[in-house]
Design a protein around this ligand. Structure first.
Ligand SMILES: Cc1cn(CCC(=O)O)c2ccccc12
Length: 160
């Protein structure tokens, strides 16, 4: 069973994230989306809400093949990988600016536990997206339809 993890805060999931998760699910037997718990960071949605939004977004996706599971993770990602029998981390790269930090994390995770990190190119139509930017635009009444899954759009409007 070849498993990969797609880690992130997903506060909330965007269509850029969903695109990578769906594409990763065609490359592995199972993809585990890990919602990272960061106690020090205030978030718009709770961990449970973020997990539910991801599950709904995947369910609503026409290409969903039933091999995507959503979990939460605190502490080191490599410990999460060991606990879940995961050999690969899949990350989406949006721009060259993402690469420096992601390379550092990939080298550390490989040294710590031999876990490989596989990078996928983000779909150019979503390359400018981040959860923070989506929240900022939505907060000031901007239209983020098409940039986030419909279920996220609904909850963003309710929450903000
Ligand atoms: C799957 C995925 C997770 N992340 C981290 C996002 C986060 O930490 O919330 C991404 C960033 C860009 C493209 C794809 C992804």
């Amino acid at each position: 069973m070849r498993r990969a993890v797609c880690p992130g805060s997903f506060d909330p999931i965007t269509n850029g994230h969903l695109d990578i998760i769906m594409r990763a699910s065609t490359q592995f037997d199972e993809v585990v989306v890990a919602v990272l718990i960061n106690k020090g960071k205030s978030t718009l949605f709770t961990v449970e809400e973020r997990m539910d939004l991801i599950r709904q977004a995947v369910r609503d996706h026409p290409q969903a093949a039933g091999n995507i599971v959503v979990e939460s993770s605190h502490g080191l990602l490599v410990d999460f990988c060991r606990a879940h029998g995961i050999q690969s981390i899949v990350k989406g790269l949006r721009a060259v600016s993402d690469f420096d930090y992601e390379l550092q994390m990939a080298q550390m995770n490989h040294r710590l536990a031999g876990v490989e990190t596989l990078f996928m190119s983000t779909n150019p139509q979503y390359a400018f997206l981040s959860s923070s930017l989506v929240k900022e635009v939505a907060r000031y009444g901007g239209d983020v339809a098409g940039l986030v899954p419909d279920v996220v759009l609904k909850h963003l409007r309710e929450r903000l």
